[in-house]
Design a protein around this ligand. Structure first.
Ligand SMILES: *Cc1c(COP(=O)(O)O)cnc(C)c1O
Length: 443
């Protein structure tokens, strides 16, 4: 990084550590009261309600086409699971005490595409399908949307294209749902995308174009091709408000799960949430929804790999998406699928500026240790990137987060806290790949 850039950044000392590939914890000096922060943001609870209602309209279609969603009547939602054995394991292995209770949000086990992208990605495809159907007089808002599963609708959608650039999981969500509706869907896959994800997509009827380049290149070419074609719609992972709202609905759903489980969130019962971050859409959307619902009582931390901490460098430097991890001499490469992103979304960075509590980074090898821990203690399989979420509870002991807890006046109520590592993916990983992961970076 050239000297002139160092002169422009905040948090120079911290970013020097980041540029050496060190693990860091950044606490957001710009965190504001939620009410104040929300006044500066154009997106509202009404927008989230609208997204939730749209997903409800599509539920009869989803239930019909994806029978695995039958138990939840066509809603794509994941379990919230107490993980006391994992909590004990983390406390012993990392010599810490996690005050409060640890619950896993298993977006890893979301129906249809097995990752958090089943929220935003699928939502955006459904919204586009609905827009087209309304525009062409094929449906009314009050109709039964199982009509979308009929040959007539498939025939109608076959004249339209949907395109997306992806490192894997977003492509899976967009690809599977678009193909199910009858769209011609093209997924532009970066070089790091796993072979099994490409195979699965082709099997479901998506066209997959492979690049010998990174995510940005796949997005760039995908966008260019799509823009040149009037029948084509491009899903923009970096700037899409629609995608963001699909993720945000998670907060309303978890509110219901809390009620069922008797989990209270208030001034005496803080909620701590830890979410792995790539370009920022998924963690940003979920975090935004949580702040809308739980306000100042929820504390959201993002987790990123030490070689690809794009949101961290953007936020900590104050330069947002004007800087990339490469500007700080980092490779942008990581074992963590979905997190190998060099430059964060400027849109999400702007929304999260006064809402996020902090960002932590960790080295890749921890992901495999944590993955083995959650398999061995709770018999739950997560993909390595999702395991970044456990880094939050482990680092509660750090001086940075301890200072945060004290400053927020939470020291005396942490025994009542609910901690949620947000597990972002894993259930579709094939058995032979799981086996390979179980032996990776084994000490
Ligand atoms: C995409 C993804 C993320 C991060 O989401 P972004 O919207 O890219 O920030 C985290 N974990 C997994 C498994 C993902 O697929």
């Amino acid at each position: 990084m050239d000297q002139s850039l160092w002169n422009k950044v905040n948090n120079v000392d911290l970013l020097k550590e980041v540029s050496k590939g060190k693990e860091v914890i950044w606490i957001n000096e710009n965190l504001e009261k939620t009410d104040e922060a929300m006044k500066q943001i154009q997106i509202t609870m009404a927008n989230i309600d609208d997204a939730e209602a749209r997903l409800a309209r599509f539920a009869p279609f989803i239930e019909k086409v994806f029978p695995e969603t039958k138990p939840q009547h066509g809603l794509i939602e994941s379990p919230l699971t107490a993980i006391p054995h994992m909590q004990k394991q983390l406390e012993e292995e990392y010599q810490t005490i996690i005050r409060g209770r640890l619950f896993l949000k298993q977006d890893s086990h979301l129906a249809i595409s097995g990752s958090v992208k089943a929220r935003g990605g699928i939502y955006e495809v459904l919204k586009h399908a609905e827009d087209l159907a309304l525009e062409h007089g094929k449906i009314k808002l009050t109709d039964d949307y199982s009509a979308f599963a009929t040959p007539a609708f498939r025939e109608f959608f076959s004249q339209f294209k949907i395109q997306v650039g992806s490192t894997g999981n977003l492509g899976m969500s967009i690809g599977i749902m678009s193909a199910a509706l009858g769209f011609h869907v093209i997924v532009h896959m970066s070089a790091d995308a796993k072979q099994w994800k490409k195979d699965l997509l082709r099997q479901r009827g998506a066209e997959v174009i492979e690049y010998n380049d990174d995510y940005s290149k796949a997005v760039e070419i995908g966008r260019k091709n799509s823009d040149a074609d009037p029948s084509s719609y491009f899903v923009d992972d970096e700037n899409s408000v629609t995608l963001f709202l699909g993720y945000a609905v998670a907060a309303k759903r978890i509110q219901k799960q809390f009620a069922e489980k008797g989990i209270v969130v208030d001034a005496e019962h803080p909620l701590f949430v830890y979410i792995p971050c790539g370009v920022g859409g998924a963690p940003g959307g979920v975090a935004f929804g949580l702040k809308q619902v739980f306000g100042d009582h929820v504390h959201v931390f993002f987790i990123e790999p030490t070689q690809a901490p794009c949101m961290l460098v953007g936020m900590a430097s104050g330069l947002q998406n004007k800087v990339s991890v490469q500007d700080f001499g980092l490779s942008g490469q990581t074992h963590a699928d979905g997190l190998a992103v060099g430059r964060a979304s400027g849109f999400v960075g702007g929304v999260m500026k006064h809402l996020i509590s902090g960002i932590l980074s960790l080295e890749d090898y921890h992901l495999y240790d944590l993955m083995r821990d959650i398999v061995n203690t709770e018999d739950i399989f997560l993909e390595p990137s999702a395991c970044a979420s456990f880094w939050g509870p482990i680092q509660l002991k750090s001086k940075e987060i301890q200072a945060y807890i004290q400053e927020k006046g939470l020291s005396d109520v942490m025994q009542n806290a609910t901690h949620i590592p947000w597990a972002t993916g894993g259930s579709l990983v094939p058995a032979e790949i799981r086996e390979e992961y179980m032996h990776t970076y084994l000490k």
